[in-house]
Ligand binder design. Structure first.
Ligand code: NI
Length: 196
């Protein structure tokens, strides 16, 4: 159906139209869903990527998985640069090899205000598809390696608190449930940049 000629219909301005997406909070069971492979990198996927980037920068965060905005497709956006000007897009990302162990404090936009140390492989090789539909390979270490593993976990329905003891995780879940009951006000939380 065409909307041409309808008075008041918004004019299409392509990629300039971006929307902030709502982020799901732990322990929402929707965060446990396993995301599907993206079959075609089409305009819809590009629009999702743009909205996810906008949402990530607004939060602010350094990474966001589609699962966190209740879209259960294998799409991840990351920007670990100091100036927030180097967006990385990973569609259907997989880790093809990993090496070493690194321990880093992690946070998550879906578990705001919670930061805990997690051990993961230090160096990873990633295969993914970019926003234009082109496959690529990338070697990552440091924060980027941690971030991409954290985001791929999201696509598999896994959260960084799953690496903690049951006792610690239950304490965090209760704290989150109370925060949500109290209105989920982000201003009640400490501001920290390294959330994904
Ligand atoms: Ni996260």
């Amino acid at each position: 159906m065409s909307v041409a000629g309808i008075i008041g219909a918004p004019a299409p301005v392509g990629n300039l139209v971006v929307s902030l997406l709502d982020i799901l909070y732990y322990p929402d069971p929707l965060l446990r869903r396993n995301a599907s492979q993206v079959k075609n990198v089409d305009g819809e996927v590009a629009k999702l990527v743009d909205n996810m980037l906008e949402t990530m920068y607004d939060a602010p965060g350094i990474g966001l998985a589609a699962t966190q905005v209740n879209v259960h497709q294998r799409v991840v956006v990351i920007d670990v640069s100091e100036e927030n000007n180097t967006p990385l897009i990973f569609i259907n990302p997989i880790i093809t090899s990993s090496e070493g162990v690194a321990e880093m404090q992690e946070g998550c936009l879906s578990i705001p205000g919670v930061y805990e140390s997690v051990k993961r492989p230090a160096d990873v090789r990633i295969e993914a598809i970019d926003r234009e539909g082109n496959p690529f390979e990338m070697d990552a270490d440091g924060l980027l390696a941690v971030c991409i593993q954290h985001e791929i976990d999201h696509l598999d329905g896994k959260l960084f608190v799953d690496y903690l003891s049951i006792l610690k995780r239950n304490r965090i879940r209760k704290r989150m449930e109370k925060w949500i009951r109290d209105g989920a006000d982000l201003d009640d939380l400490p501001e920290r940049p390294e959330r994904h």
